[in-house]
Design a protein around this ligand. Structure first.
Ligand code: BGC
Length: 755
């Protein structure tokens, strides 16, 4: 009895002192919790204190339960067995369970019927929209407009929140240099600078300043790390990445996401230099937590803990659980090895109590920060008032417009006259709702989507006759179908052909060994060209394609990616001059798959390409340069750059220079230009890329308008990581380029003095 009294006394002192210490973080309004309410249930305490208190009350099984995430059904319901797990406190989170009815029912078991009442965290892949689908992330990257990406992510978050979610598995920030890899569609392309800017924008958009606020959801930077470097572009394949490339190319967008406050990270599927990412102590414990001080939690990828056995890292399932948890993977997605093998492994001393507690604490702290202890349920009426609002649809259309990249416009064929008498719209993709949304299209409904054909009909003059023929599906097709399309097209004044890939040809498990237009599409285009009518190609695709044959045949090509629910309207608007395309490629488009991997920020060989010299870096059967370089894109306007200047001419290694350049719209049409700033560190203790993007600005200029833009280059832009993970600005000459793409432009230089 005496002991009990002492313990109670200590607890009450702790509560009183803790309360006082946390007064700053206490909500400004609301009554104090009634006496006897445990610390963890009292929002006046900090997340850290609440987690500490709760942890001390948990059994081993409940602790492993918090680290378990299970899948619901793809369309939103939970699995019946989850009710019991939630009741027993053996479930921490779900993915795919969504909508008020499902979420609230399952949450009730956890909150009202489990011993400790710990709420579940409901996660989902909100990648480019929830119900209103925005352009795929690669298309968003083509906007070169992080503020717009932030607004798009915020809109997606509010729809997801309204459907009971509090966590998205996004942003996907994997750098990808190989278009064979289908998941290139989900990221920001090949560049770490652009990728970092978008990582920050998306984290901010999803989370806002406080992810516990209504309408905000937790972000998850994925897939940590190196997943985008899958060998041969084959999904899930091994990756072998030098420390230099990891630190200078692959890590930066993750670091940016962590610095922006991303609540969680996801450990990747891939084997990285011999140790799978989901049990990689160097990257998880060493870099992420050790160097970067990331304090959120890490969730595994789908089954990736169990897959440590097939990788050959773990000898059996228990070993897999031990290795993943000990390396710092806190929550296990879908496989159940922590739950099934963890308690015995803990008893046997294979998992340390400290590692287990640290993981549980991180998950609990995130749940406290997310506010779900106080607000575990979602109001069902939000689903009817907050999805697909006019504002979100308008934003999605604007986002699609900014993502368009005009790849070719010979003779100024575009924009077309909306009063053209007869237009033939050809291609199965022109009449496909599903394919407008792309992969990972959240809870988007094909029925909501607008097709290109519908959008063209809405846009042209009422007197215009629009005829449609599929010609051939994306794969397969018959001679009769092709003949019918050619017949329809030959009577038209202009032909708009939609070509590319179906939505499921990119995304996860959608690698391709060839990058040409699939099926008979090129043959169809050859035949359309032979009609002698002008042909405009609109591309729907999630990766760079081999477009050489298309480029050789048609005068105008518009890259539309997968533009989302209402994105086709933006495409039609741009085709008929209601808007002016101004996006730029966030990834290099190769001439052929044989050039892959190809990216602008490569290093220089000792024998750089020279047409005149055989013994230089080249192919016998292909040019070395890409078809369309990184950063490339046209517009209906024309721009010039002038007056590039850098000052001062020399700086100390910790100094910075100001760069100025003037951009002018020399055409008669208002339009957007993306001014890009690149550097080259001319010589260093390790060789540096021939160009590195270090700044960009998308500006809208009226006809004849001129604007002088200013950029700053300081240690963050000028330094790099060299062997051993040291970051330094090295003395020597830095070249500076201001350009409209990664090729050409204006050039100047400055010097960094020796220390
Ligand atoms: C993907 C992740 C995704 C997860 C949950 C995995 O297959 O690699 O990106 O978040 O599934 O859907």
């Amino acid at each position: 009895m005496k002991n009990i009294i002492i313990i109670l006394f200590c607890c009450s002192v702790f509560i009183v002192r803790g309360y006082a210490a946390d007064a700053r973080t206490a909500p400004k309004t609301g009554a104090a919790a009634p006496a006897g309410v445990p610390v963890y249930k009292n929002p006046r305490f900090s997340p850290e204190k609440r987690a500490q208190d709760l942890l001390a009350r948990m059994t081993v099984e409940e602790k492993f339960g918090q680290l378990q995430q299970l899948d619901g059904d793809w369309d939103g319901p939970y699995k019946k067995e989850d009710l019991e797990l939630a009741r027993k406190g053996q479930l921490g989170s779900t993915l795919n369970v969504r909508f008020a009815k499902n979420v609230n029912e399952l949450q009730k078991e956890a909150v009202e019927h489990s011993r400790l009442g710990i709420p579940l965290l409901f996660g989902f892949d909100v990648i480019h929209g929830f119900r209103t689908i925005f352009p795929i992330p690669l298309g968003e990257a083509a906007q070169w407009d992080p503020q717009l990406a932030e607004r798009s992510a915020a809109a997606a978050a509010s729809e997801a929140y309204a459907s009971g979610l509090k966590w998205t598995f996004a942003p996907m920030v994997d750098i990808a240099r190989d278009p064979r890899w289908g998941r290139i569609a989900e990221g920001s392309g090949e560049d770490p600078y652009l990728g970092s800017a978008l990582a920050v924008a998306r984290v901010r958009g999803f989370q806002g300043a406080d992810y516990g606020a209504p309408g905000k959801i937790m972000a998850c930077a994925k897939h940590w790390v190196g997943y985008g470097a899958a060998e041969a572009g084959r999904d899930y394949n091994e990756t072998n990445i030098s420390e230099n490339a990891l630190r200078n190319i692959y890590y930066p967008p993750f670091k940016a996401a962590a610095d922006a406050g991303a609540a969680t990270f996801m450990s990747a599927f891939n084997d990285l230099n011999g140790v799978p990412a989901s049990a990689n102590r160097v990257t998880l414990d060493g870099v992420l937590r050790g160097e970067w001080k990331f304090s959120g939690f890490v969730v595994s990828d789908y089954n990736s803990v169990k897959e440590l056995v097939s990788h050959g890292l773990a000898s059996d399932e228990e070993d897999a659980a031990v290795k993943a948890l000990s390396a710092g993977v806190d929550m296990e997605m879908v496989s159940t090895l922590y739950r099934d093998k963890g308690p015995a492994a803990l008893k046997a001393g294979k998992i340390s109590a400290a590692a287990l507690n640290a993981s549980v604490r991180r998950v609990l702290e995130a749940k406290f920060r997310a506010g779900i202890f106080e607000h575990p349920y979602i109001a069902p009426e939000l689903e009817t008032t907050s999805l697909r609002t006019l504002g979100t649809l308008a934003l999605a259309e604007h986002a699609a417009l900014e993502s368009l990249v005009l790849l070719k416009n010979a003779g100024g064929l575009l924009p077309l006259d909306p009063a053209t008498k007869r237009i033939a719209v050809i291609g199965a993709l022109a009449d496909s709702k599903l394919d407008m949304m792309g992969s990972w299209s959240g809870d988007g409904k094909a029925a909501d989507a607008v097709t290109l054909l519908e959008a063209i009909k809405e846009t042209v003059s009422p007197k215009t006759k629009v005829v449609y023929a599929a010609g051939c599906p994306v794969t397969g097709g018959t001679d009769e179908g092709m003949d019918a399309a050619v017949a329809a097209a030959s009577k038209a004044d202009v032909i708009i052909v939609a070509a590319g890939e179906t939505a499921d040809m990119s995304g996860e498990a959608a690698s391709r060994a060839f990058l040409s237009l699939p099926g008979r599409q090129q043959e169809l285009i050859d035949r359309l060209k032979k009609t002698g009518k002008p042909v405009v190609a609109v591309l729907f695709n999630g990766r760079p394609l081999e477009l050489g044959p298309l480029d050789a045949e048609v005068p105008a090509i518009m890259e539309a990616w997968y533009p989302g629910t209402v994105g086709a309207r933006a495409v039609a608007l741009a085709l008929f001059g209601g808007a002016n395309p101004g996006g730029k490629l966030p990834v290099t488009f190769p001439r052929s798959v044989g050039q892959v991997p190809i990216y602008y920020n490569h290093r220089s060989p000792g024998r750089p390409y020279s047409a005149a010299d055989k013994y230089t870096s080249k192919y016998l059967d292909s040019p070395v340069d890409p078809l369309y370089p990184f950063g490339y894109g046209l517009s209906y306007s024309s721009f010039t750059l002038s007056g590039l200047s850098v000052s001062p001419a020399s700086i100390e290694p910790d100094g910075s220079v100001k760069v100025q350049v003037t951009v002018e719209n020399i055409s008669t049409k208002a339009g957007d230009e993306v001014v890009q700033l690149y550097i080259r560190d001319a010589a260093g203790s390790e060789t540096r890329p021939v160009r590195e993007l270090k700044g960009f600005k998308r500006v809208t200029l009226a006809p004849g308008e001129k604007r002088t833009l200013e950029f700053e280059l300081g240690p963050e832009e000028l330094g790099y990581y060299y062997a051993g993970g040291f970051f330094e600005v090295e003395p020597g000459i830095f070249k500076v380029y201001a350009a409209a793409s990664s090729v050409g432009g204006l050039e100047t230089s400055f010097e960094v003095n020796a220390k």
